[in-house]
Design a protein around this ligand. Structure first.
Ligand SMILES: Nc1ncnc2c1ncn2[C@@H]1O[C@H](COP(=O)(O)OP(=O)(O)O)[C@@H](O)[C@H]1O
Ligand SMILES: [Mg+2]
Length: 258
């Protein structure tokens, strides 16, 4: 078991964002986490990456209980993520965005860098090469020196995923990676996600509110609504679940009346 979470509850004052949430993730899985807006999806990702601490419950990664640890220690245990709102260093180049993350993982440390030792220079060369390799996965190598903020939205999302991969995660969590993309960009991104999952045998959880995107991508789908797990299983099974249908129709009805 790569990761398991049990009984995760998160309260923000009087708001219960998540209630008794649980998931077990085996190495190699590509899991879709879906639910209407406000269901608690981002809260799950924030908890599973140590960005916030659970009010109750526990998180075990590779057999170790890391509940309450700081986010950087989740990263060190092999958990990486992207954000629903893109968080790139806007004024750095595409390549620098990726190598910045490589420094976190493989940096030579401050002393050799400050002293400009050969070991630091060698490490730097290695990181640039690795940065290009990661960008290549997303057909972004020829954009390496572009300013990150100048790329189209869809490309910026890919840079974010490349940067997350730089930390060599065992588990990668993507928060609504297709947000803000047009249908063509979305289809291409889903292909890239599938390809990254297959070529790197990377375990992933992809969060999405649009059910149809996930149904084609993932063999396992977990559905949450109002902070609780409604269903967890194969796409066809989950899609036919009355509670899931009700949750999705319910929000659509509410929107129609709004
Ligand atoms: N920092 C916070 N403070 C207060 N309420 C929050 C906070 N973060 C999330 N919530 C609430 O928790 C619920 C779940 O939010 P979220 O996890 O962002 O949902 P989703 O990502 O599925 O749209 C929402 O009702 C949201 O308003
Ligand atoms: Mg969200």
């Amino acid at each position: 078991m790569l990761l398991s979470a049990d009984g995760l509850t998160k309260r923000f004052g009087g708001v219960v964002a998540l209630s008794g949430y649980g998931i077990s993730v085996q190495s190699g899985e590509l899991i879709g986490l879906i639910g209407p807006n406000g269901a608690g999806k981002t809260t799950v990702l924030n908890l599973l990456t140590g960005v916030i601490r659970p009010t109750e419950g526990r998180i075990v990664v590779s057999g170790q209980d890391i509940t309450g640890w700081r986010a950087d220690r989740f990263t060190a245990r092999g958990i990486a993520r992207t954000f629903q709102n893109i968080r790139l260093f806007r004024d750095l180049s595409v390549l620098e965005n990726v190598t910045a993350a490589l420094h976190l993982r493989h940096g030579p440390g401050l002393a050799p860098t400050v002293l400009a030792l050969p070991s630091a220079r060698r490490a730097e060369h290695g990181m640039v090469a690795r940065g290009y390799e990661l960008l290549g996965l997303f057909d972004l190598a020829d954009q390496a020196h572009a300013r990150a903020a100048d790329l189209p939205y869809g490309e910026q999302r890919k840079v974010e995923i490349a940067r997350a991969l730089a930390t060599e995660p065992k588990l990668l969590l993507l928060d609504e990676p297709a947000a803000g993309m047009n249908p063509a960009e979305t289809r291409r991104l889903m292909d890239v996600i599938r390809q990254v999952h297959e070529t790197l045998s990377l375990t992933m959880i992809v969060v999405e509110h649009d059910m149809s995107l996930i149904m084609n991508l993932c063999r396992r789908v977990q559905v949450i609504n109002r902070g609780e797990v409604l269903a967890d299983g194969a796409p066809a099974e989950v899609q036919a679940d009355p509670a899931v249908i009700e949750a999705y129709l319910g929000t659509r009805r509410a929107r129609a009346h709004a």
